[in-house]
Ligand binder design. Structure first.
Ligand code: AMP
Length: 286
């Protein structure tokens, strides 16, 4: 069995219109390809919730703030399609850049608040690119559900805000981060790590988890975060872009653990930028 591939908005709309006539519920799983178990977990969750699942594969040039990073992003469409077929995904939507952004394309969707700080501070234009392409994917697919990984937590909150603000009738479903056995979050970028870097990489989730536990037990926020930064660098990471405690819903900075929070990090290991995050809720004293 193979998964049908469509490349134009017109073809996609035809298929979706036929599904709508059947009255089925449709889910979309946006991806940039190079599918791994993290992506596949979203597809499996979507198949449980919806009758038809569209996986989108589009390496969105607008969300890359570095041309080198865009050029280095691998393309593995045949392998991706082969991974989706046995799961039972119903459609792979893989438009090219001209289909998504025809000549004279001039619109940008920009979400303030949640897109500020964290990755937004270090990747100028990135979240405008994400918001623009994801709003287009929602409108093109007219899906009832959109599945997103908590791995990209700021992106998840940005997509939720954008869909609400633009009255796009879609429910966003968050899915937990899938990790390797040693704790490293699966990412298409992990293949860029040398064997030595790969050995060091799990120190990031390990420091993150340990710090989350310390904060949950009442350790003071700023000194604890400073120690965690030092531990990440001591483990062999080249740079910590950010390590911050943020409100879980609106991502406002927090200096004490008075409501549900996320601890979010971005750090460079050699030439590879890795991100991760974990939830923290305060352990109430006995
Ligand atoms: P990407 O192809 O990197 O743009 O990711 C597509 C979707 O897969 C996004 O919603 C990501 O958050 C999600 N994703 C990527 N890695 C993981 C992971 N390790 N666990 C869960 N979801 C993930």
């Amino acid at each position: 069995m193979s998964v049908p591939i469509v490349r134009s908005v017109a073809q996609l709309r035809q298929i979706v219109a036929a599904w709508r006539r059947e009255g089925v519920r449709i889910a979309v799983v946006p991806t940039m390809g190079v599918l791994h178990e993290g992506h596949l977990s979203l597809v499996r969750a979507a198949l449980v919730k919806a009758d038809r699942v569209i996986v989108t594969l589009f390496v969105n040039p607008k969300q890359f703030n570095s041309q080198t990073d865009l050029a280095a992003y691998p393309s593995t469409e045949d392998e991706d399609a082969a991974k989706l077929a046995p799961l039972g995904a119903h459609l792979l939507y893989a438009p090219d850049a001209e289909e998504m952004y025809p000549a004279a394309f001039a619109t940008t969707v920009s979400v303030s608040g949640v897109s500020e700080g964290l990755c937004g501070a270090f990747r100028p234009g990135h979240f405008d690119g994400v918001a623009t392409v994801v709003s287009k994917l929602f409108l093109q697919t007219s899906a009832d559900f959109g599945f997103f990984g908590e791995k990209d937590f700021q992106q998840l909150q940005l997509v939720r805000r954008m869909a609400r603000d633009l009255d796009i009738p879609i429910t966003i479903i968050p899915c937990p981060t899938v990790r390797e056995a040693d704790g490293l979050a699966l990412s298409s970028r992990n293949v860029r790590l040398s064997p030595a870097e790969r050995a060091v990489a799990p120190e990031l989730p390990s420091v993150l988890l340990e710090t989350a536990e310390r904060l949950a037990r009442g350790s003071p926020v700023l000194p604890t975060l400073a120690e965690a930064r030092a531990a990440i660098l001591a483990a062999g990471y080249r740079e910590v872009e950010y390590l911050e405690l943020r409100d879980e819903t609106d991502l406002r900075p927090m200096t004490s653990l008075d409501r549900p929070a996320r601890l979010l990090v971005a750090a460079w290991l050699g030439g590879t930028r890795l991100i991760d995050n974990v939830r923290i809720s305060r352990v109430s004293p006995d």
